[in-house]
Write a protein that binds this ligand. Structure first.
Ligand SMILES: Cc1cc2nc3c(=O)[nH]c(=O)nc-3n(C[C@H](O)[C@H](O)[C@H](O)COP(=O)(O)OP(=O)(O)OC[C@H]3O[C@@H](n4cnc5c(N)ncnc54)[C@H](O)[C@@H]3O)c2cc1C
Length: 393
């Protein structure tokens, strides 16, 4: 897209956001709403975006997108952050489930699911990880056995983000019992209202309960809800995970990091923390880290714009982001001293004031080095696929 077209795109979006962002649903305000009410309000906000085609902008026009390119998507994320627009509740559907449905789905599946993902009429979750299968996902044991025109699913999933609100689940299950690894896994689109599914929320140390255990007891899933070919679900899982670690997520992460850094520095100024040489050093480290992160993102985005794929370098970004996002609340807590220990849990976390923001971040961000692939797995990918080092024993 030409520079002036991109400027016009930015202005159009900026004006629209000025007119439509609900002031009472900023990220801080939304965090204080009761869970069900927050999800209801966020679904309504996403519907407003969808009605104006301001969601899923890279999606094809026929499913409600704008067929936008990467450059517009970057502008989009920047403007949403600038406007302090509410969180997108259907991110998992738009960013992770939707693209494989568009790529591998039948026409019927695309018609049925795609638009409802954008409008947040359907929220999606991912039934990939199991108690014995996380990093080593190919060892999963949940089974789906064909019985006429249905699969019968049995097994357990865990860490299912949003499972308690989701309408649909993208589920990985073993359909060929004779194979043990990636071959023989299929990807099913499962209606979360199906009889036999039990969802048990897991409460985290922040007091929030964002993810769940899910149990499948003889759950019948129509064969028509098989995504892609039978026993060929692994490539779909890989595509979904690449989207999860995808670069456009990273642009949003870059913005969130910058916002967190600004709050940290604001707090440091208010507390005159710069007088403490150790804190001063930590603050400088965080500041420089976020600048280096920004430049690394730019370099990767440049490659993406020229070559279409970020490649394994996305793992460098995920790893660096994890380290920064964990470091900031650690420095914030060091500034707070003993007062940092006073935390009101399990009440909903109020992330509004700087102290609560740091406390919540301190308890929430250890998950960053596990979610979407652990830091050790990222280091393995960087070692082998970026640096070309030999596989360890
Ligand atoms: C916030 C959050 C949200 C999540 N949301 C979802 C979701 O919506 N759906 C879903 O399916 N899953 C979800 N997960 C699960 C996540 O994908 C897994 O936790 C992750 O893949 C790690 O798997 P695991 O927990 O089984 O740990 P394991 O794989 O058992 O790892 C345990 C430890 O061993 C290390 N390790 C394992 N293999 C290697 C190796 N080859 N080399 C070096 N070290 C290794 C790991 O780094 C880790 O330190 C979520 C997790 C978190 C924290």
């Amino acid at each position: 897209m030409a520079e002036q077209d991109l400027d016009a795109f930015r202005s159009e979006l900026r004006v629209w956001l000025e007119q439509h962002v609900p002031a009472d649903l900023s990220p801080e305000n939304a965090a204080n709403l009761a869970d069900d009410e927050r999800i209801r309000r966020l679904r309504a906000w996403q519907r407003t975006l969808a009605d104006a085609r301001w969601i899923g902008i890279t999606w094809p026009r026929e499913y409600g997108g704008r067929a936008a390119g990467i450059a517009e998507q970057i502008v989009y994320v920047e403007e949403m952050a600038r406007a302090r627009a509410p969180e997108i509740v259907g991110t998992l559907g738009i960013g992770i489930a939707g693209p494989p449905i568009l790529a591998y789905g039948t026409d019927e599946q695309k018609r049925r699911f795609a638009h409802r993902i954008l409008t947040a009429e359907d929220l999606w979750c991912f039934g990939f990880s199991e108690p014995g299968a996380g990093s080593d996902l190919a060892s999963l044991r949940t089974t789906a056995v064909l019985d006429g025109d249905h699969f019968v699913v049995n097994g357990q999933k865990v860490w299912t983000t949003l499972g308690h609100h989701a309408d649909w689940c993208m589920l990985l299950a073993r359909t060929d019992p004779d194979t043990k690894r990636a071959k023989g896994i299929s990807c099913l689109l499962v209606d979360m209202k199906s009889p036999g599914i039990e969802v048990r929320p897991l409460r985290q140390m922040t007091g929030d309960a964002e993810f769940n255990e899910m149990f499948f007891d003889n759950v019948r899933v129509p064969r028509a809800n098989l995504l892609g070919e039978l026993h060929e679900g692994w490539q779909i899982a890989v595509a979904a995970l690449q989207n999860e670690r995808g670069i456009l997520y990273v642009v949003s992460m870059q913005i969130l990091l910058k916002q967190a850094r600004d709050r940290l520095i604001e707090m440091a100024r208010a507390r005159d923390a710069g007088r403490d040489p150790l804190l001063r050093q930590e603050l400088a480290r965080v500041y420089l880290g976020t600048e280096i992160f920004r430049l690394t993102c730019q370099r990767t985005l440049d490659k993406l714009l020229r070559m279409g794929m970020p490649g394994p370098e996305a793992s460098i970004i995920k790893l660096h982001w994890t380290e920064l996002t964990q470091a900031m609340p650690r420095v914030g807590m060091a500034m707070l001293g003993p007062a940092g220990l006073l935390y009101d849990t399990p009440a909903p976390a109020k992330k509004g004031n700087p102290q609560e923001f740091m406390q919540h971040g301190f308890l929430a961000t250890p998950a960053a080095s596990i979610a979407s692939g652990t830091s050790e797995i990222m280091r393995g990918i960087i070692a082998m696929q970026v640096l070309g080092l030999p596989r360890g024993t």
